[in-house]
Design a protein around this ligand. Structure first.
Ligand SMILES: [Fe+2]
Ligand SMILES: [Fe+2]
Length: 181
């Protein structure tokens, strides 16, 4: 059994990449984001319901469907790596979504302040996802899993587009309307 201090030689020279600590860490982090996406797909419809503006509600609805695609994509990734798709609790996403719930509780229904808060919460989530997928994509590239890296890049691009759409919503109407309340 390998320990942290053992003098393991780099994978690729001595054995399969799949046996390396880095690969195990990579798979563990994939399980973490898999849990996060599954948790998020249940939270987004609540954010949609809480939104004041129809446009924002529609944006959350769109991203719920996209998040389901992210889940499906991760399942493809697990399958390409010959790993079981297992979710491992992600404390960060749990915390971010708890914060979204607090924002809904702390703001009044039907206000633009509520929407400004929902956008804030959603952008924190998107930035977490962008950081995660960016790193995991680079890990996959480093390990030579080009097909996996391409799939993670697709999700990363979608998270970035979502983040930009949320910024647009905030700048084009929500923030000004909230300031007028
Ligand atoms: Fe996602
Ligand atoms: Fe997302």
């Amino acid at each position: 059994m390998a320990t942290k201090t053992s003098n393991r030689k780099p994978a690729g020279l001595t054995g399969k990449m799949e046996d390396s600590e880095f690969h195990k860490f990579f798979v563990d982090e994939l399980k973490d984001i898999y849990w996060a996406e599954k948790h998020l797909v249940k939270a987004l419809p609540k954010m949609q319901k809480a939104a004041t503006s129809e446009d924002l509600a529609a944006a959350f609805q769109k991203h719920t469907a996209e998040t389901q695609t992210h889940i499906d994509t991760l399942e493809q990734v697990f399958s390409l790596l010959d790993e079981k798709a297992v979710a491992k609790k992600c404390d960060a996403m749990e915390g971010l979504l708890a914060e979204a719930t607090s924002i809904i509780e702390d703001t009044e229904k039907g206000t633009h302040t509520r929407d400004a808060g929902l956008i804030l919460a959603a952008q924190k989530v998107e930035h977490y996802e962008i950081a995660t997928y960016g790193s995991l994509r680079t890990f996959a590239q480093t390990m030579g899993h080009t097909d996996v890296a391409d799939l993670l890049q697709q999700t990363l691009d979608n998270e970035k587009a979502t983040d930009e759409a949320l910024t647009q919503a905030a700048e084009s109407m929500v923030n000004e309307a909230a300031a007028a309340e």
